[in-house]
Ligand binder design. Structure first.
Ligand code: ADE
Length: 230
C-alpha cells in the first residue's frame, strides 16, 4: 500500500514509520510519504491558510493551496484525482473511523490523507477534492496529523506481515471473527497475584472450552457495550 500524507508537519511521521508493525509493512514494499503544503503554495512567504470569511477565530487551510499541492504531487486536477484513489480529509465532522472502515481502507492500493490545522479546511476542499472525510472521534484535535497517524496505524496493522502472529489481527476487537464484539480478556503469568486468579479454564489446556469461554466473554462485553457498560 502506498500512503501519501499532506501536512505542514512531515517530520512528525518519522516516529510513525519507526513503529515495529509499521516498519514491518514498509520493509515489505509499502510506503508512507509526506508532502508539505508549504512546498507547493503559490502564495508568498509560504502562506497556506487565511482568516475565515464572516469572521471568527482561527485560520482556515486555503483551497488554492490544496489544489496546488495535489496537482504538484499527482500532475492531475484533484477533482479528477478523487475518482482514481481515496483522498481522505481528516476532520472532526467526518465519518467515524471504525473497524469496518479500517478494513475497507486496508483493501485499497493507495491512500491520500489530508491533514488540516487550526480551524481546518476551506469547505470546498472537502466538497471537491476529498473522496472521504473521516473523523477519529467526536472531539476536536489541533490538527489532522494525529488522526492520520491513528488511521495509518489501524490500517497498516491489518496488512500481511505487520504483526508477528497473523492471528492477532484476525481475531481482535470488533473483527468479523468476533462477530463485531470487543475482544475477550487476556491474562499472563503469574496465574495468581494478590489473590486475583486467572480463570481456571485458561489453564486447563482444553482448547475447545477455552475457545467457547472466549466467545462468551466477547459476546458479554458486546452486550455490555450496547447497554452502555464496560
Ligand atoms: N482534526 C481535528 N479533530 C479531528 C478528529 N477528531 N478526527 C479527525 N481529524 C481531526
Amino acid at each position: 500500500m502506498r500512503i501519501d500524507i499532506f501536512t505542514l508537519f512531515p517530520e512528525w511521521f518519522g516516529w510513525l514509520s519507526e513503529q515495529r508493525h509499521v516498519a514491518n509493512v514498509l520493509s515489505g514494499g509499502s510506503s508512507i510519504e509526506c508532502v508539505n503544503f508549504r512546498d507547493h503554495t503559490p502564495l508568498t512567504g509560504g502562506q497556506v491558510d487565511d482568516t475565515p470569511f464572516g469572521g471568527g477565530a482561527g485560520m482556515v487551510l486555503r483551497v488554492d493551496v490544496m489544489d496546488a499541492a495535489l496537482r504538484g504531487r499527482y500532475g492531475v486536477d484533484p477533482v479528477e484525482l478523487r475518482r482514481r484513489r481515496r483522498v481522505i480529509a481528516l476532520a472532526p465532522t467526518g465519518r467515524l473511523l471504525d473497524d469496518g472502515l479500517v478494513d475497507e481502507l486496508a483493501g485499497e492500493p493507495e491512500l491520500t490523507l489530508l491533514c488540516g490545522r487550526y480551524e481546518g479546511f476551506d469547505e470546498r476542499i472537502l466538497e471537491h477534492f476529498a473522496s472521504d472525510v473521516v473523523s477519529i472521534g467526536r472531539y476536536v484535535l489541533s490538527g489532522g496529523e494525529l488522526a492520520a497517524m491513528v488511521l495509518c496505524d489501524a490500517v497498516l496493522r491489518k496488512l500481511p506481515g505487520a504483526l508477528g502472529d497473523e492471528r492477532s489481527a484476525h481475531e481482535e476487537s470488533f473483527s468479523a471473527a468476533l462477530e463485531g464484539n470487543p475482544e475477550y480478556p487476556h491474562y499472563t503469568r503469574p496465574a495468581e497475584y494478590r489473590g486475583w486468579k486467572v480463570p481456571d479454564v485458561l489453564l486447563s489446556g482444553h482448547h475447545e472450552r477455552i475457545e467457547q469461554w472466549r466467545r462468551e466473554r466477547s459476546r458479554e462485553r458486546g452486550a455490555g457495550e450496547a447497554s452502555g457498560g464496560h
